[in-house]
Design a protein around this ligand. Structure first.
Ligand SMILES: [Zn+2]
Ligand SMILES: [Zn+2]
Length: 104
């Protein structure tokens, strides 16, 4: 625990595939979320969420991925990030990175 390992997967917010993801506690750990559901988010999404909402807001009303996805403040961001190529944002590029799917 406490060690950062990088994980490549699909971001649950922007749904981009093969991006580096981190674990987000939908209810912040500081507010009792240690054993509550988590979501895998890419770095930009994770940063964005914490930039927009305080821990209290996250715990009170943004504690599911659906609510985050539905929020006006995040919607425009998600639209934007979706256009960003995944490979640009990950440091460890796999050799078969070319098979990125282009979905609209
Ligand atoms: Zn994302
Ligand atoms: Zn988080």
């Amino acid at each position: 625990m406490g060690k950062k390992k990088s994980l490549v997967g699909t971001c649950e917010l922007c749904l981009r595939e093969e991006v580096e993801v981190t674990v987000h506690h939908l209810t912040p750990k500081e507010l009792g979320g240690t054993f509550l559901p988590t979501a895998l988010l890419c770095y930009p999404c994770h940063k964005q969420i914490h930039a927009i909402y305080t821990n209290e807001e996250l715990a009170a009303r943004m504690n599911t991925i659906e609510r985050l996805r539905d929020d006006e403040q995040l919607k425009s961001y998600v639209k934007w990030i979706n256009k960003q190529p995944a490979s640009k944002l990950i440091k460890v590029v796999k050799s078969n990175d070319r098979k990125r799917r282009s979905k609209k």
